[in-house]
Design a protein around this ligand. Structure first.
Ligand code: SF4
Length: 354
């Protein structure tokens, strides 16, 4: 065992998986709408955005129909860090966040004077669900000597308990910095991203046992089998994937970093291990390249979450229009929690200029 491995300890918390399964079973099946209805909804949403001085902030994993509408109307399609920055800097008084709950909460914490709406408030994330604030606070209390770093995919209350928030795009840089300062880390909630960061920084990390139900299902064997068919393809992997998948990657990175890598790498085919929603923007970046979905399967694969986040999929044009028309699904964050969470979020937002 190497020195760095001696410092990693994953906290086993099997009950979290059951909680996640309960949420997953509530997610409705996809429904299809006609091209005429799509055009009608798009026109109505555009009119509402103008009337309500609103802008759409969409994540890469949402429906391409939402992503294209965000682009057409002056909004953004981006990762969670850039979503936060965009909402913070944009002049619109209403932010429509198409993504999952923690993204809406983050927008509200950063811009408490703006109205933040979401197409649905039911869209959560297995990492958020698997890290309840009270259990997490108790865990932190047991380790007062550690600096608490949490992934952006957490509730406002968990962020309020943390010293730092990070996204996957800056996790390595922040942990490198904290390690250089001699800090010992308590990391939550993604155990795979935590292990990846620990391996690459050598930081002393105690890691919560959470995972993303989408990335957890990518299988190294399936990717290697696909490589036999496409031997020249590059393998692009999000670090929320298991270590065995990360180990066979040509490139590991956040969503934005994977899109940039697709353009930068010379290969003409890309096997992509992250949510399929990313293909909309990735194909824009590499129109002449072939994008292949990394296989999922094996024990634990439900195929309700195979390369397709069920919670991101709850956002659609119908509920996006409804929230604008009715001013419904407004995100609220307790003021005290919001102010506390602003400390850890502020460190993340200011990190590049630190
Ligand atoms: S893809 Fe995974 S990490 Fe992202 S929102 Fe869905 S469950 Fe959470």
């Amino acid at each position: 065992m190497s020195d760095s491995q001696q410092h990693i300890q994953v906290v086993d918390n099997p009950s979290q998986r059951e909680v996640v399964e309960q949420y997953l079973n509530q997610v409705p099946a996809d429904s299809e709408i006609s091209a005429a209805r799509i055009a009608e909804l798009q026109a109505q949403i555009k009119a509402q955005l103008i009337a309500k001085n609103a802008v759409i902030i969409a994540h890469y994993y949402t429906d391409p129909l939402i992503q294209s509408l965000a682009e057409e109307t002056g909004g953004t399609v981006s990762d969670s860090l850039e979503m936060a920055r965009f909402g913070n800097n944009h002049s619109a008084q209403t932010l429509v966040v198409a993504g999952v709950k923690f993204m809406g909460e983050t927008a509200k914490i950063l811009t408490p004077d703006k109205r933040v709406l979401m197409p649905t408030l039911e869209a959560t994330c297995s990492l958020d669900v698997g890290c309840p604030a009270d259990e997490f606070a108790a865990f932190c209390d047991q380790h007062p000597d550690r600096t608490v770093v949490v992934y952006a995919n957490t509730s406002a209350a968990v962020k309020a308990r943390a010293d730092w928030v990070v996204t996957s795009s800056i996790a390595l840089d922040v942990l490198d910095y904290l390690d250089s300062q001699g800090e010992k880390i308590l990391w939550a909630p993604d155990k795979y991203l935590g292990a990846y960061v620990q391996k690459n920084t050598g930081a002393d990390m105690l890691i919560w046992d959470g995972s993303c139900i989408v990335h957890e299902e990518f299988k190294a064997k399936g990717i290697l089998d696909l490589k036999k068919v496409y031997p020249d393809a590059a393998v692009l992997v999000h670090p929320e994937s298991p270590e065995s998948v990360v180990d066979i990657a040509d490139w590991v990175g956040s969503t934005s970093q994977l899109i940039a890598a697709a353009a930068k790498l010379p290969q003409q085919q890309m096997i992509v291990a992250t949510d399929q929603g990313i293909f909309y923007k990735m194909q824009q970046a590499v129109p002449d390249k072939e994008l292949l979905i990394a296989p999922t399967g094996g024990n634990g694969a439900t195929c309700r979450s195979c390369a397709n986040c069920p919670w991101m999929g709850m956002n659609d044009l119908e509920n996006l229009l409804a929230c604008l028309e009715q001013g419904s699904n407004e995100v609220s964050v307790d003021q005290t929690i919001g102010e506390q969470a602003m400390v850890s979020l502020g460190r993340m937002m200011n990190f590049k200029s630190a």
